[in-house]
Design a protein around this ligand. Structure first.
Ligand SMILES: [Zn+2]
Ligand SMILES: [Zn+2]
Length: 301
C-alpha cells in the first residue's frame, strides 16, 4: 500500500521552489501549486523556462516527480458562464493555465468549471467542453503529457460538475483525438457536500466511485483529500482537517485502501496552521505534516 502518492497544496511565499521544499518537509510525494495569483484571470501571464528549471531542481532534490505535480487553476475562471465577456476571459485564462502547467511539466492542471448562471446546464456543459478544447488546441502536447482536469464541485448554486453525468457531458465535447489530454479529479469534501455518500460505509463509498468511473469511462486522475466543515448534502465548500469535519477519518482509510487511489496525486487542501509564512522558511506547515502522518498511518495499518 506504499504506492499512495500523498501530497499537499503548499504555500508559495518566496516562490514555487519554496512550496516544493515546504511540501517535502511535510513528507509529501506530490504537490499542488498555483502558477499565478488564483483571484485573477492571468490571461497574459506566462511561465519562463528559467523559473521552471528552478522548480524542477527543487523537485529533484525533494524526490517529487513532475507528473505528481498538479496545478490548480484560478478560481475566477468561469468557463460555464453564459456571459460572453466572462466566458471569453475564462477561455483565454484556461489556455494560459495549460501553457504555464505545460512549461512546468506538471501532470495536470485542474479547474472548477464555474456556474451556468441563468442558462441551461447542458448548454453550460458544452461551453466548458469547448473551452477545454480551445486550451488543448492552443497549447501543443509535449511528452510530459500535461492534462486539463475537471474538478468535481460541491454543487453550490448553479455550479457545474456536481455529478458524474455533468463531468461526462463536459468531457464529451472534447474531440476524440484530444480526449487523452483531459480527465477529471474528485475532491472528497465536494463529493460529500454535493450529496454523494462516501462516508457511511466502505461499500457506499465504493459504489459512488464506481459510478463516476462507469459514467465518465475512466478513473479520476487525482483526489483532493479534504474533510468537510459542513454536513452531507450542504453544497457548501469549506474544507476541514481530516477527522475534524463531518466526513470523519475512517472514510479516508477506505479510500486509501481502494485501488482507485493508487498511483495518482492525492492532495491535501486542508486548513493550514500558519497565518503567515516567512518567505525564506522552508519548514512544513505543522498541520500538513500532521495530516500526512495521519494518512501514512492508515497505509501502515
Ligand atoms: Zn479546487
Ligand atoms: Zn473545495
Amino acid at each position: 500500500m506504499s504506492a499512495r502518492i500523498i501530497g499537499v497544496h503548499a504555500a508559495d511565499d518566496g516562490g514555487l521552489p519554496m512550496a516544493v521544499r515546504r511540501a517535502a518537509a511535510a513528507g509529501a510525494r506530490a504537490l499542488q501549486v498555483f502558477t499565478a495569483p488564483p483571484t485573477y484571470y492571468n490571461e497574459k501571464v506566462g511561465f519562463k523556462a528559467e523559473k521552471a528549471a528552478k522548480v524542477h531542481a527543487a523537485l529533484a532534490e525533494a524526490g517529487i516527480e513532475r507528473r505528481h505535480v498538479l496545478v490548480h487553476a484560478a478560481y475566477v475562471l468561469n468557463t460555464a458562464s453564459p456571459e460572453e465577456t466572462k466566458a471569453m476571459r475564462a477561455r483565454a485564462g484556461l489556455a494560459k493555465e495549460l501553457e504555464r502547467s505545460t512549461a512546468l511539466a506538471a501532470g495536470g492542471c485542474c479547474f472548477h468549471p464555474g456556474s451556468a448562471g441563468d442558462s441551461d446546464p447542458s448548454d453550460a456543459a458544452v461551453r466548458v467542453g469547448l473551452t477545454i478544447r480551445h486550451a488543448l488546441e492552443t497549447v501543443p502536447e509535449t511528452e510530459d503529457g500535461t492534462r486539463v482536469l475537471i474538478e468535481n464541485t460541491a454543487g453550490a448554486g448553479r455550479t457545474m460538475g456536481r455529478s458524474a453525468e455533468e463531468i461526462a457531458l463536459m468531457l464529451a465535447q472534447v474531440p476524440a483525438e484530444l480526449r487523452h489530454r483531459t480527465g477529471y479529479g474528485l475532491d472528497t469534501c465536494h463529493l460529500f457536500a454535493a450529496g454523494h455518500d462516501i462516508a457511511t460505509s466502505a461499500e457506499a463509498q465504493r459504489a459512488v466511485l464506481e459510478r463516476f468511473v462507469a459514467v465518465i469511462g475512466e478513473k479520476p486522475a487525482f483526489f483532493h483529500l479534504n474533510d468537510s466543515q459542513h454536513p452531507f448534502g450542504s453544497n457548501k465548500d469549506r474544507h476541514a482537517l481530516i477527522g475534524e469535519g463531518a466526513i470523519g477519518a475512517e472514510p479516508f482509510r477506505w479510500l486509501l485502501a481502494d485501488a482507485i487511489s493508487l498511483g495518482i496525486p492525492l492532495i491535501l487542501e486542508t486548513p493550514s496552521e500558519r497565518e503567515t509564512v516567512v518567505e525564506d522558511d522552508p519548514s512544513a506547515d505543522p498541520a500538513d505534516a500532521r495530516m500526512i502522518a495521519l494518512l501514512g498511518g492508515f497505509l501502515a495499518s
